[in-house]
Write a protein that binds this ligand. Sequence first.
Ligand code: NI
Length: 170
Amino acid sequence: MPIRRITKHGERVLKTPCPPLDYAAFKNELPALLKDMWATMAAARGVGLAAPQIGLSLRIAVIDVKPEGKPRRIVLINPEILSLEGELNDEEGCLSLPGVYAKLRRHARARVRALDENGVSREVSGEGLLARALQHETDHLDGKLYIDRLSFEDRLKALDAIKDAKPSWD
Ligand code: NI
């Protein structure tokens, strides 16, 4: 089943920090899982997807923000943020909160170290949308949604928007 159901705000798995992944123990299952994650992300027209969003508490996320319109697939296993710089206040959304958007201040540049799909440790740097995605997906693996980072007032607005959007969620 390549396209998986995406978990939504309110489901426990999204609030649960994922334990570090034992790459050696998991590597045989990884190709099939990543295939499903890419397919699920593409079908939902997302730019990133973390394993808890398909109901799995695994420290794995995928990102493709398509710089210059071309695919650039990034797999993050056990990502660790090395540095964050600058500020960028931009609109953010999440496949687990369909129809809900809010302006959120994030760092404008991010550098992350993670294992790739072959178990090789790599550094990924990005700015703008990629920096935002690196922060957003790492948050998912720590059991955090972007609305958790909003100010009290903006979170109340987001919760109202969630109430309106929820009836159309699966
Ligand atoms: Ni998300």
